[in-house]
Write a protein that binds this ligand. Structure first.
Ligand code: ZN
Length: 415
């Protein structure tokens, strides 16, 4: 084991009178994600403190730092708040009956995504907002401090726009996913629907969105249709991300790399050339193992992707049809048990990896100058996240999503 570098103690911060400082002290094992600060790739410091001033980390180092307020970690592990880079939190209803039938091996034709689309379209904006807040609170209790939220259950101009507008109230990482699936009223007219997505729908949703996304898969949209959505989004000033290679081999990964997407998500089926393309690009390979779990699919081969040199993230994909969980700890446990990832790699994939998938450098790490978003475990080390699957090990989550305050005043007349 490499020797632990001893960080140079820094003076206790002197905040301005309006800023209160917070010390998380007596940390048994601190995951910084900066190898220059501690041991191993996770940059682990034993017996540590972190001081946060005005939401920003001012000090990381040996225990005993002073501040206005103090949280005693009592020897526990502290790690960066999870960065969940793929969720579909804006929806109404659930699909428990469909899941129950699938698990029992019984045929079930209850309508699939159309059940969710109908319920979402029929719910008031206030009620939909309330559901998103509940799900965010659940995610926060499970350790998530940064979250991406997609639209994608409205599938018309009005309901896609209000979905992405609700998402934007709670996160800067809001994604327009009008090209999620073909709505029933466009059956047999996918190109017409894509034209709507790329024009009127994009124009209406764009003010509330940071990202554009599409579902490039057999049964959803083909490579040309998905490329059209990405190019229109880029022209409108949005960042690009893509769903691909969930249900089989397909063009999604190559398209995402070609277009310079920040991330391509699912990656359950990857060819050698897909992996080479990812390794030679800045596109993050995001695995969504809870979806593979809930649909009895094979798991993605994260080991090969990591060994090839690509950047990997893990995310929850929280949605009512194929992955109704906000638990990043659950994703870590699956990734370690089923996808060939070490525990260190899995923990890095839900922190630094998620941040990379959102092109963020201020989250996913606990280093001076980064956001003061931390998770305190009821465990001495991060290994327990995989070693004790299903156990609620998140003692406290510090940082955004906590207050659930809208990040800016509500606007428009869609409420
Ligand atoms: Zn998704």
């Amino acid at each position: 084991m490499p020797e632990t570098p001893t960080p140079t103690p820094t003076p206790t911060p002197t905040p301005t009178p309006t800023q209160r400082s917070l010390a998380i002290d007596n940390i048994g094992s601190l995951i910084t994600n900066d190898p220059t600060l501690g041991r191993g790739s996770l940059g682990i410091i034993d017996n540590a403190s972190v001081v946060i001033v005005d939401g920003v980390i001012e000090y990381v180092g040996p225990a005993g730092a002073l501040a206005d307020d103090r949280i005693d970690a009592d020897g526990a592990c502290v790690l960066p708040g999870f960065v969940d880079s793929h969720t579909h939190l804006v929806f109404a209803g659930d699909r428990a009956e469909e899941f129950t039938a699938r698990m029992a091996g019984q045929p079930y034709d209850g309508g699939g995504i159309r059940v969710t689309t109908d319920a979402t379209r029929n719910m008031s904006t206030g009620a939909l907002d309330g559901l998103v807040r509940q799900r965010l609170a659940e995610a926060h209790r499970a350790g998530t401090t940064t979250i991406e939220i997609k639209s994608g259950y409205g599938l018309n101009v009005v309901d896609e726009t209000r979905s992405v507008e609700i998402a934007r109230r709670y996160t800067t990482e809001s994604t327009f996913l009008g090209a999620h699936l073909l709505p029933a009223e466009f059956e047999g007219r996918a190109d017409d629907y894509i034209h709507l997505v790329c024009n009127e729908m994009l124009d209406a949703a764009q003010p509330h969105a940071k990202w554009v996304d599409a579902f490039c898969e057999t049964g959803a949209f083909d490579a040309d249709q998905s490329r059209a959505v990405l190019e229109a989004g880029r022209a409108a000033g949005l960042g690009l991300r893509l769903h691909g290679n969930q249900l089989g081999h397909g063009p999604g990964v190559q398209l995402a790399v070609d277009c310079g997407c920040a991330s391509v998500d699912h990656c359950t089926y990857l060819s050698n050339s897909d992996i080479e393309a990812l390794a030679g690009s800045d596109t993050v390979a995001t695995f969504l193992p809870a979806a593979d779990f809930s649909t009895r699919q094979p798991y993605g081969d994260a080991r090969r992707v990591i060994d090839a040199g690509a950047t990997v993230a893990l995310a929850s994909n929280c949605n009512p049809g194929s992955s109704y969980t906000t638990s990043i700890s659950f994703c870590i446990a699956i990734a370690v048990r089923e996808m060939g990832m070490t525990i260190d790699e899995a923990v890095q994939a839900v922190t630094l990896g998620g941040a990379a998938a959102l092109r963020r450098t201020d989250v996913g790490r606990l280093t001076p100058g980064s956001a003061g978003h931390a998770t305190i475990l009821d465990a001495p080390t991060h290994h327990h996240l995989a070693y004790r699957p299903g156990v609620p090990l998140i003692r406290q989550t510090i940082g955004p999503l906590g207050s659930l305050d809208p990040i800016r005043p509500q606007r428009g007349s869609t409420r």
